[in-house]
Write a protein that binds this ligand. Structure first.
Ligand code: MSP
Length: 532
């Protein structure tokens, strides 16, 4: 996803029925990484995330906790906000659907659609479970009983409001066919087109308050609240000023990319485009659905007790390694597995051995042999050809891979440049040059290895902002440590000047896998999951 004029990226807004898990953390880190890469490319960027606070799920959670839904929201939203702080998420806005700036826009939209006859009242008839207080579709029943509680369901007729979604079916199919980049990856586009082969029904967009009162009241009927998805999707435009701040809205809309998980494909690629079309608003450029994190081979679920807590991992092993692992491990668009063993293996191989090792060897030798002073010139020649090539490939690859949403491939190319750095260092053996008194050689090798580190640390900065800033600062790149710039990264020697360097001894301390395994087993025996 590469936008060159402006970049507006969103995550789904998360339900506040429970604390955040690795799935929430993943999408939010992905959004952050995309936003940070665009800032590095000097593209004006707006990154939005937030919480979905109305509807049945939050209402039920509040009831379980015996508190008011508003309190449920206020208590849970801070867990998301704390986690985003911890994970160094640089969102430009955080929207809560209970805020008036959002609910007022939803009400205005509803009024307009109602006046235009795009929303109309009718009877809804379906299978209702009294215990769960929910309607189910016939196909979702299990042995003609409620799929959630296994109790008998009854046929119920209820007055409701409907949105004329069916009228837009042909338009949507044509739009998707004519805009191949609209739904990504392409297998998800096929999935939506497949769904659209069956006739589309009008969408029931109201809930009677007698059944579920936690939502935005319909502006034209106070006995009803808005269906949670018809409320939630609007966040993507209400946050950037739709019907409130024209200038802001036209600056950011249409969104460059809505990031979503594969389970919320239909709401985003069918309901949302049709809602926008009915409102006369331009389509977002792209909707990108990523896969799921599985735990081992299983789906993550509370009942399995295998829910991965991102806060605990970030605390135990560091925010940056966690961000790096999530970005490097998942092939965007497919499912991926989370296991501690995979995390340890990748951490030790890529971060401790390759990157951490290069950083500590180079900075230590600069301190030892050059008194911490980097030489004023690189004097790159034939010996540096492969090293320069690998760094160039990493810069070019990062842009290309970003455009194709192949972050993991981009990172693999940066790691290849790091390994080339280690190879260069080994092959040229500056410690032997020092022994032989070849100080010219020592300066050249250390300066060129440091230049490799300048470039790779810049490219990895959006993924590991904390550690890469530390590394860049150790090379005296103080002022732009936190804002590497693509133009300086793209040219070998572009930013080269005499500077002081300090050793970075232990950027990524090696994980003692055996000791960690024992710790995890002890925690398991004590009855708590290792992920907390
Ligand atoms: N509130 C709606 C979204 C409204 S957007 C206008 C919602 N919220 S959610 O909290 O249930 O889920 C948010 C996201 O988490 C979804 O994109 C979902 O795909 C993602 N994930 C939930 N479990 C996941 C994994 N195990 N792995 C990766 N992402 C997963 O849906």
């Amino acid at each position: 996803m590469l936008d060159t004029t402006k970049f507006y990226v969103t995550t789904p807004i998360y339900y506040v029925n429970d604390k955040p898990h690795i799935g929430h953390a993943y999408t939010t880190i992905l959004g952050d990484v995309l936003a940070r890469y665009h800032r590095l490319l000097r593209v004006p960027t707006f990154y939005l995330t937030g919480t979905d606070e109305h509807g049945q799920k939050v209402f039920e959670a509040a009831r379980r906790n015996q508190i008011h839904p508003r309190e449920q929201c206020d208590r849970t939203v801070v867990r998301f906000q704390e986690l985003w702080r911890k994970l160094e998420i640089t969102h430009d806005d955080f929207i809560r659907t209970t805020e008036p700036r959002h609910s007022e826009v939803v009400r205005k939209i509803m009024s307009r659609l109602y006046q235009e006859g795009q929303i109309y009242p009718a009877d809804y008839e379906g299978w209702y479970c009294v215990g769960c207080e929910r309607f189910f579709l016939e196909k979702d029943l299990e042995r003609e009983k409620c799929p959630a509680c296994d109790k008998p369901v009854e046929r119920l007729v209820e007055r409701n409001y409907f949105f004329r979604m069916s009228a837009y079916q042909d338009w949507l199919i044509k739009y998707i066919e004519e805009h191949p980049e609209f739904i990504q990856p392409s297998h998800r586009r096929q999935e939506t087109l497949g769904f659209l082969r069956s006739p589309l029904n009008d969408l029931c967009i109201s809930r009677p308050k007698t059944r579920m009162s936690w939502g935005i009241e319909l502006p034209f009927d106070q006995d009803y609240v808005t269906y949670v998805w018809f409320d939630a999707l609007v966040n993507y435009i209400s946050a950037v000023g739709y019907l409130a701040d024209e200038e802001k809205f036209s600056k950011w809309w249409p969104a460059s990319c809505h990031l979503i998980g594969k389970d919320i494909l239909t709401t985003h690629t069918v309901y949302w485009p049709i809602m926008l079309k009915a409102m006369g608003v331009e389509m977002p450029r792209a909707i990108f659905a990523h896969g799921w994190w599985l735990v081992g081979r299983d789906k993550m679920s509370k009942s399995r007790g295998n829910v991965v807590n991102p806060m605990a991992i970030a605390e135990d092993y560091g925010v940056d390694p966690f961000r790096y692992f999530l970005m490097a491990e998942m092939s965007l668009g497919q499912d991926a597995c989370f296991t501690e063993e995979d995390f340890f293996a990748r951490y030790n191989a890529d971060l401790a051995n390759d990157l951490g090792n290069l950083a500590s060897r180079v900075t230590r030798m600069i301190e030892r042999h050059l008194d911490g002073a980097l030489p004023g010139s690189l004097n790159s020649g034939d010996a540096e050809r492969d090293l320069i090539g690998a760094c160039r490939a990493a810069v070019g690859g990062m842009k290309e891979n970003l455009a194709d949403m192949r972050i993991e491939r981009g990172l693999a190319e940066v790691m290849a440049a790091v390994r080339e750095g280690n190879r260069y260092f080994e092959q040229n053996a500056p410690w032997q040059m020092a022994k032989a008194g070849d100080w010219e050689g020592v300066r050249r090798v250390l300066a060129n290895a440091a230049e490799c580190l300048r470039i790779v640390s810049g490219l990895l900065f959006p993924v590991m902002p904390g550690k890469m800033a530390e590394l860049r600062q150790s090379f005296g790149l103080g002022e732009d440590a936190a804002r590497p710039d693509i133009e300086k990264l793209a040219v070998w020697g572009a930013d080269w000047r005499e500077r002081q360097a300090r050793p970075v001894a232990n950027l990524f301390p090696r994980i003692d896998v055996e000791a960690e395994r024992k710790k995890i087993a002890r925690k398991r025996d004590a009855g708590s999951s290792p992920e907390g």
